[in-house]
Design a protein around this ligand. Structure first.
Ligand code: ZN
Ligand code: ZN
Ligand code: ZN
Length: 444
């Protein structure tokens, strides 16, 4: 049992039986996409890698990964095929096929023989998280969207500090909810987490700040994941963004604060701009300008309209900066969900950013496209009470068709500081039809 280096060597049988104890966290799971070798349908597989672990008596059990094969039945063509994997007993098909068998390369001559005529999928491609994450990154800078309507103080910073002071309390309640949800998992999960805070301005003005983030069933939650979507007691946005000239830095900052507000409170968010970045940006910079935008947009609610040629500039930049080309990721269904529905048009120079619903639309428009900088732009903020009027003024002339379908079943978790953030007891879920009433008007 002791090898030539004096290390303990355990028989493979023993290691295989105890492999489970070498698998502790989700970080040891990798997901890849491949294709069915019979019909080319995209198939998602997951594999688990082991990690060495030390026992209480000091003995270290080394990592023990075995190569092998999983056999799947394709859900499109119903034919069987093989995929080479690590640890076939734990490898799974997460989409596109069903696992019907597996074997280890080191043994099972009978199975190898049984499957010797089977086709194998040849290429595995791993997705890139940065293309499909939702990361709002609210910046508490010198361009607040929410200031006190009595004394003009920046309410964003004040709200952030209040949230920090109450975060532990909120986090406990959030933990309790996730714990309960994991045990009692029901149908459709919530779309967002909304947090309401009572904030008193230094002038005495009583305000309510609303923060939100996309819901993920995880105990981990950071204050940086949240963005402000409204503060009651603040000045009206059309008084903050009065028609006028503002720097690109200022315009982009406001846009990045309007996007989270629109995402929660409106049915759809539109980003219409001829250009993202500009032609002098290096590939890494151009890629980052794009990622900064698409990571802020909830792809289920957002549409992007650009001039022809822009998307191919991004694809070129992305492919230069990453191991897999963008087209290859797309071929394996691993491109950005948002960009797969990108609309392209010719002959327009308008920049229109908006949140729209049937009975309310907010539009931020003017000359600024999506790039930061010192140069000056002219910008406006307008409200429309009817989608019809907004559509006639902004979307129709550009040939953009929008049906505005609402997901009426959507709901969010609601944690209210006035109720000690308690999830159980009190109003703790809000239907999407109530978001505006609660968040804009502080209704109950
Ligand atoms: Zn197939
Ligand atoms: Zn004040
Ligand atoms: Zn998605």
């Amino acid at each position: 049992m002791i090898d030539e280096n004096g290390k303990i060597s355990l028989p493979p049988d023993f290691l295989r039986r105890n492999k489970c104890s070498l698998i502790e966290s989700n970080e040891q799971v990798t997901q890849n996409n491949t294709k069915c070798p019979n019909c080319s349908r995209v198939i998602t597989t997951s594999e688990v890698f082991t990690k060495s672990c030390s026992l209480e008596n000091g003995i270290i059990i080394p990592a023990f990964d075995e190569i092998g094969v999983i056999i799947g039945k394709c859900s499109d063509c119903n034919k069987d095929f093989g995929v080479n994997v690590i640890n076939p007993e734990f490898a799974e098909f997460n989409g596109g096929a069903e696992k019907v068998d597996y074997y280890f390369d080191t043994d099972c001559e009978t199975k190898k023989d049984l499957y010797k005529d089977l086709l194998f999928s040849s290429t595995k491609v791993q997705g890139d998280e940065k293309l499909n994450q939702h990361y709002v990154n609210y910046t508490y800078d010198d361009y607040p969207l929410y200031v006190c309507n009595k004394c003009s103080k920046n309410l964003e910073l004040l709200s952030l500090n209040t949230f920090k002071n109450h975060f532990d309390r909120f986090n406990n309640e959030h933990y309790n909810y996730v714990n309960w949800s994991l045990k009692n998992g029901r149908g459709q999960g919530p779309e967002y987490i909304i947090v309401k805070l009572s904030v008193e301005c230094t002038c005495g003005n009583q305000c309510k700040s609303f923060f939100f983030k996309k819901y993920v069933e995880s105990f981990n939650v950071e204050i940086e994941d949240f963005s402000i979507c409204n503060i009651t007691g603040s000045r009206k946005i059309n008084e903050i963004i009065s028609p006028g000239v503002y720097s690109k830095d200022n315009s982009v900052s406001w846009l990045y604060k309007l996007i989270p507000r629109w995402t929660l409170l409106f049915d759809k968010v539109y980003i219409i701009t001829p250009f993202i970045g500009h032609q002098w940006l290096k590939s890494a910079e151009l890629m980052n300008v794009w990622l900064e935008l698409i990571n802020r947009l909830d792809h289920k609610k957002s549409k992007v309209v650009l001039r022809y040629g822009q998307f191919s500039n991004f694809k070129k930049a992305y492919s230069k900066e990453n191991k897999e080309s963008y087209d290859r990721l797309s071929e394996f269904d691993l491109g950005s969900d948002l960009l797969s529905e990108l609309k392209q048009a010719n002959d327009f120079h308008a920049k229109i950013y908006c949140g729209i619903s049937q009975d309310d639309c907010e539009v931020f428009s003017g000359s600024a496209n999506l790039v930061k900088g010192k140069s000056m732009e002219v910008m406006h903020f307008n409200k429309y009470g009817k989608f019809e009027d907004f559509n006639k003024a902004f979307l129709s002339p550009l040939g953009v068709k929008e049906d505005l379908e609402t997901n009426f079943n959507a709901y969010s978790l609601f944690f209210d500081s006035d109720n000690e953030f308690r999830y159980f007891g009190g109003k703790s879920e809000i239907r999407c039809s109530e978001y505006k009433n609660v968040v804009l008007r502080n209704g109950n």
